[in-house]
Design a protein around this ligand. Structure first.
Ligand code: GLA
Length: 360
C-alpha cells in the first residue's frame, strides 16, 4: 500500500517536472514577462476579436488594448446627430470580460474626421465658437459613455507640424480655432472624466526637429495649466530608427516636463526609412529574409532595453496590431507591399524578435 502511494506520488512529481517548463513557456505572455515594468497592449479591430486564435493570442499576451479605429471621430460620430457605438462597445465589452485595460483613441485628429464637423448647411466653414461647441459635445458624449471603463485617452493626435517653420499643423482645426482647439480638447476631456489620464499623441517624436516642436507644445500646455498628464510616442519605427541616442534623449526631455510616457503604436517596419523614398527600391524585394528578421530583432531588443531602463516614466507599451497577418503598413507608405513589423508572424507564432524581447 505504502509503496503504491509512494510510486503514485513519485509519478505525479515527475510528471509535474516534465510538464511545468513547457506549460509555463506557452502560457507566459508579454504581459507576464513585463509585469514588473508596464502593461503591454495591442491595437485591435473587430476582425481580430471575431477570430478565435487571435482572440486567444490577445488574452494570453496583452493586458491593455486600444481600439484601432472604432473610437475615432469619423467612425464613431459619422453625422452630427448620429453616433455609431456598436464596434466601440464590443471592444469595451471584450476587454472588460477579460480584465484588460483600455486606452481610448482618439478624440481630436485631422484624419478620419467627419466633414460635417467643419461645415455648416451652406457648405461654409463654421465659426470657431461652433466648432468648439461641437468638439465639446463630441468629447462629452464619447468620454462620458465610457467613463470609468477607459483609463486613458489620446485627446489630441498629431497636432504638431512636420514642417520646421511652423509649430502646429495647418489643419482645419487650426485654421478655424488657432491653437485653442488643443487647449479646449484637454479641458473638455478632463471635465467629462476627471480620473482619465490624458495624452498628447504623435509620431516621429524622437527626431530632433519634431521632438523640439512637440516639447514646445507640451511646455505651453503645462504652463497654461491645461490638464495634460502624459505624452504618447507612437513609435512607428523602422530597422534603422530611432537611434539609442534619439530615443533616450526624447524620453528624458518629455519626462523632464513631469509627464508620463507611453509607447502607443509600436511597430518596426522591415524597410529602412529613407524619408519617404523607400518605394522603388523595395518594391520587388518583399520577403521576410533572415537578414531582415535579424535586424528587426536587434532593433526590438535595443528599444525594449531602453523601455525597461526608463520604466519609472514609461507606463505602457502598445503594439499597433497583433501579428504580421495584418498591419496598416501592408499599405503604407506603399500600397500592397507586405510588411512584417510585429512580434508574431502570419501564423500567429512568436518570431525571433519576440524571444529576444522577453529575454532579460
Ligand atoms: C496614426 C494614428 C493611428 C493609426 C496610424 C496608422 O498613427 O494615430 O490611429 O491610424 O496612424 O494606422
Amino acid at each position: 500500500m505504502k509503496t503504491k502511494i509512494y510510486i503514485t506520488a513519485m509519478l505525479l512529481y515527475l510528471t509535474n517536472i516534465a510538464i511545468t517548463p513547457a506549460q509555463t513557456l506557452s502560457h507566459k505572455g508579454l504581459k507576464d514577462y513585463y509585469k514588473n515594468y508596464f502593461p503591454v497592449g495591442v491595437a485591435v479591430n473587430l476582425a481580430a476579436l471575431s477570430d478565435t486564435a487571435e482572440r486567444n493570442l490577445i488574452c494570453n499576451q496583452f493586458n491593455s488594448i486600444t481600439p484601432e479605429n472604432a473610437m475615432k471621430m469619423g467612425p464613431i460620430h459619422p453625422e452630427e446627430n448620429r453616433y455609431y457605438w456598436r464596434d466601440a462597445d464590443s471592444i469595451v465589452a471584450f476587454a472588460q470580460t477579460h480584465h484588460i485595460r483600455i486606452r481610448g483613441h482618439n478624440l481630436c485628429w485631422h484624419n478620419q474626421v467627419p466633414n460635417w464637423i467643419f461645415y455648416d448647411g451652406n457648405k461654409k466653414l463654421v465659426t470657431k465658437e461652433i466648432l468648439l461647441k461641437r468638439l465639446k459635445d463630441h468629447i462629452n458624449t464619447v468620454v462620458g459613455r465610457y467613463k470609468g471603463k477607459i483609463y486613458a485617452w489620446d485627446v489630441v493626435n498629431e497636432a504638431v507640424s512636420d514642417d520646421s517653420t511652423q509649430l502646429l499643423r495647418n489643419s482645419l482645426w487650426y485654421k478655424i480655432c488657432g491653437e485653442d482647439f488643443i487647449f479646449k480638447a484637454f479641458e473638455y476631456a478632463h471635465e467629462a472624466d476627471p480620473n482619465a489620464i490624458l495624452f498628447y499623441n504623435d509620431y516621429n517624436t524622437e527626431r530632433p526637429g519634431k521632438r523640439e516642436r512637440v516639447y514646445r507644445l507640451l511646455k505651453k500646455l503645462i504652463d497654461a495649466r491645461v490638464p495634460v498628464n502624459a505624452v504618447g510616442l507612437q513609435a512607428h519605427w523602422s530597422l534603422n530608427e530611432p537611434t539609442v541616442l534619439e530615443l533616450t534623449r526624447a524620453i528624458e526631455e518629455y519626462a523632464s516636463l513631469g509627464l508620463k510616457i507611453q509607447i502607443t503604436e509600436l511597430d518596426i517596419s522591415v524597410y529602412p526609412n529613407e524619408n519617404g523614398n523607400r518605394a522603388l527600391k523595395d518594391a520587388e524585394n518583399t520577403a521576410f529574409t533572415p537578414e531582415r528578421a535579424k535586424k528587426q530583432a536587434e532593433q526590438y531588443t535595443r528599444v525594449f532595453e531602453i523601455f525597461r531602463k526608463y520604466r519609472k516614466y514609461i507606463t505602457g507599451v502598445t503594439f499597433w496590431n497583433l501579428s504580421d497577418k495584418y498591419s496598416w503598413l501592408d499599405n503604407f507608405p506603399v500600397r500592397d507591399r507586405k510588411n512584417y513589423p510585429l512580434l508574431f508572424d502570419q501564423s500567429l507564432q512568436p518570431k525571433q524578435a519576440f524571444w529576444d524581447v522577453v529575454k532579460f
